[in-house]
Write a protein that binds this ligand. Structure first.
Ligand code: PEP
Ligand code: MG
Length: 756
């Protein structure tokens, strides 16, 4: 018999029983008989959750006296393990399994083989359905599939028969899974509390049994078509990093999306009588089980991709297409996603977004930079998210420590709130440094500027007392717009920013799109060109060649700065002529405005970013052209180490305190001495305390950093004696043994300097 046919046969008979007017207990008694008979299994038992324990509710084959007597805690024995992990077990010899627990009252000693599946209701295990056999053999695939299908239907039938009270199930199962802690990599420090919100909301399956099998088939058929279309579109834009999806992942998506086996299994589950949604979920449960048995980390990654895709398919079938942002956040929330694009993050309501948990992510990915600017704590590379966190769960995120407590106990939540209050106090202490100028102990004034990108960010200037905006990422406006921002809109933004800054300087960086910064309206052009977007047609390269882009921005900046000082910085300059070409665009626009007798900026200062290592070799050619140079350590380090800044697998591999980076940066500083060009650092590196120490120690006197770091860095600066620090750094860099992290930490400890 095919899996579908045997499952259908069971389902038809089950439905009859459940629809009858029998008492609930009598129904369950019949159910185990039917399943046992159809699967020719000597034992079939149903355990259901009652008062937090799994209780044997009905059995065929075990001692009847054990019914309502045998009870297992969640996690106890094979049944408990199935409920806890919400996974299927299929064992030829039950006793050989480490979780096996013998219960004499059941009389199960004569049975060898064992298979059990969780009965899941609203994403939580509310019971277990299991079969046992005398003969020691694993159950066949078709039998397991039939069991899984049956369990799905059972959950609905059991709920309808009020054998599980929905409210109680929620309460009990919340207690059942209890508090859990997940750990991840600190991407943006801070504390946050809120309810779990999945960026891609998960679909709750409300109807399991199909009313019209043909209609369900059609629904799945159409959903597959649509999903394939979506994946193809994504793949064609992949080089541009749309939504943070990487090429490798998309390849896997594609493979699964077109996998005949997958769609066939879903169709078989529909044939067995399930709705499209239930069928997709059923097949997914089965795949999950098989993948776990294989226990291969590479396959686990692929499983992750398949989960994503199955979720996508489910959302299409259920007509729930938007992200959580489109539905709006109703409470304080901790957002959960595999990965996000910066624009996607910006769609969320800042007031309600209290934290982000990413399954991937890396320190210098733009989404993380945006989160840092929004002051939203983030952890990344978090394992076990989907099996632990359910939509709506309460979460305490301690991104500083790199962990998240899911469903915390009240006393833990209280302690967290106390820490929260303390951290706010600390923030307040930093705020008190607002008007204190950052002089070192030896009396050198360090420029501590902040990075910004949105109009809203400007309020941080007054709050932190930063010396100005050392990097204004103008592309953020492009990222949050559905279409290319018109000149008037650009001018308005730049003018507002300058107004907000008052006397303090703002360094506007011309657009840096491409790489992991995606804009839909340019995607097709870029995708067609680039196989390796970070090193591709991005930033200045794109802006110079795309007719109008740079011109319009130049005009917008010149007009916005009429009557005041303008600082313009070009990103990704790789050779000096590119700087000249960019500057020329400004000169032309300036000439145009002059001819129009428009009010011009009082003074224009042009600068470049040093992000491409090649530029460091031609500083003698470049520096005479500039009034300032800013080192973008995010890009620079990705190029120095040939390590994609957005690749989560490389997120922890290389250290900013490695001798290669520090020697490189020191050499740049040394080669610039006497040029009169103001040199600073504007990458994320400068906002971290040990890294900032290192930069001060190799000669840097201007840092532009994320606003939240301004207070901590000012505090640090005040404790430093530069001569002493420089001597130490030079000593360590003379014959390093590896990263300088240890030496610098010890140095900071000895001077009572706090670091991260
Ligand atoms: C950098 O690359 O260090 C930098 C500051 O620019 P962005 O992070 O925007 O690429
Ligand atoms: Mg950069």
């Amino acid at each position: 018999m095919t899996a579908a046919a045997s499952a259908r046969q069971i389902l038809l008979r089950l439905t009859e029983v459940m629809a009858s007017r029998m008492h609930a207990q009598a129904k369950l008694d019949q159910v185990v008989e039917i399943i046992g008979e159809c699967l020719t299994s000597e034992v079939c038992s149903i355990y259901l959750l009652r008062e937090g324990m799994l209780e044997l509710f009905a059995t065929r084959g075990l001692n009847q006296s054990a019914v309502h007597v045998t009870r297992m805690a969640i996690g106890e024995g094979l049944t408990g393990a199935i409920a806890q992990k919400v996974e299927t077990l299929n064992l030829a010899e039950a006793k050989a399994h480490p979780d096996f627990q013998y219960r004499p009252e059941t009389g199960e000693e004569k049975f060898h083989s064992f298979a059990g599946v969780p009965i899941v209701y609203r994403e939580r295990a509310v019971g277990v359905l299991c079969v046992q056999h005398v003969e020691p053999r694993r159950y066949e695939e078709v039998e397991i599939e039939a069991l899984q299908t049956t369990a799905m239907v059972l959950s609905e039938l059991i709920a309808n028969a009020e054998l599980i009270d929905e409210e109680q199930a929620r309460g009990l199962t919340a207690e059942m899974t209890g508090p859990q802690t997940l750990t991840g990599l600190t991407l943006v420090k801070g504390l946050g509390a809120g309810v779990a919100v999945y960026h891609q909301p998960r679909v709750e399956i409300t109807q399991v049994m199909a009313e019209d099998i043909e209609a369900e088939r059609q629904r799945v058929y159409r959903a597959f078509d649509k999903m394939r279309e979506q994946i193809d579109t994504l793949a064609s834009q992949a080089e541009f990093g749309v939504g943070g999806e990487h090429e490798e992942v998309l390849e896997t998506y594609k493979m699964f999306a077109y996998d005949e086996g997958w769609s066939r299994r879903i169709n078989e589950a529909i044939d067995a009588g399930l709705t499209a949604e239930a069928a997709i979920e059923r097949v997914q449960q089965h795949t999950r089980m098989r993948m776990r048995e294989i226990d291969d980390p590479l396959l686990a990654d692929r499983m992750h991709d398949l989960e994503d895709l199955a979720n996508r398919l489910l959302r299409i079938v259920a007509g729930q297409v938007g992200t959580a942002a489109s539905q709006g956040l109703r409470k304080d929330a901790i957002l959960i996603a595999r990965n996000l694009g910066p624009a996607e993050l910006l769609e969320y309501d800042k007031r309600r977004l209290k934290g982000v948990i990413l399954e991937e992510g890396s320190l210098t990915a733009h989404v993380v930079i945006v989160a840092r600017a929004m002051n939203v704590p983030v952890i990344g590379r978090t394992k076990g998210v989907r099996t632990t966190i359910r939509e709506g769960d309460e979460i305490l995120l301690d991104a500083t420590a790199g962990n998240a407590i899911i469903r915390p106990l009240p006393q833990v939540a209280d302690a967290f709130q106390t820490r929260f209050a303390k951290s706010r106090e600390k923030q307040a202490a930093y705020a008190s440094l607002r008007d204190v100028e950052p002089f070192t102990r030896c009396g050198t004034r360090i420029q501590v500027m902040m990075n910004a990108g949105l109009r809203d960010d400007m309020s941080a200037l007054a709050m932190t007392g930063a010396d100005g905006v050392g990097l204004f990422r103008t592309e953020f406006q492009f990222l949050v717009s559905a279409t290319l921002p018109q000149r008037e809109r650009q001018t308005r933004l730049y003018r507002d920013v300058l107004d907000a800054a008052g006397d303090k300087p703002v360094i506007f960086r011309t657009v840096d799109i491409g790489g992991d910064k995606s804009v839909p309206y340019l995607a097709s052009e870029i995708a067609a060109q680039d196989e390796n977007p970070a090193m591709g047609w991005r930033a200045l390269r794109l802006a110079l060649e795309r007719e109008g882009l740079m011109k319009i921005q130049a005009r917008a900046l010149l007009e916005a700065a009429a009557g005041r000082s303008l600082y313009v910085m070009f990103p990704m300059v790789s050779e000096p002529w590119e700087f000249d070409a960019a500057k020329q665009v400004f000169d032309e626009q300036l000439a145009f405005l002059r001819a129009q007798k428009k009010l011009l900026p009082e003074r224009i200062n042009f600068g470049a970013m040093l992000e491409v290592p090649a530029l460091a070799e031609v500083l003698d050619m470049l520096l005479p052209r500039l009034s300032f140079l800013s080192i973008g350590t995010n890009d620079l380090t990705q190029f120095l180490f040939a390590a994609d800044r957005a690749n989560p697998k490389l997120a922890e591999r290389y250290d900013w305190l490695s001798p290669s980076i520090l020697r490189f940066l020191r050499r740049v500083m040394q080669n610039s001495v006497g040029s009169g060009v103001d040199i600073g650092v504007c990458g994320e590196m400068g906002g971290r305390r040990l890294e900032a120490l290192a930069l001060l120690g190799i000669g840097y006197r201007r840092l532009s950093i994320t606003p939240a770091a301004v207070g901590p860095i000012k505090e640090l600066v005040r404790k430093v004696d530069l001569a002493e620090l420089t001597a130490a750094m030079n000593g360590w860099l003379l014959s390093p043994t590896g990263s300088l992290r240890e030496q610098l930490s010890a140095w900071a400890d000895a001077r009572d300097i706090e670091y991260d």
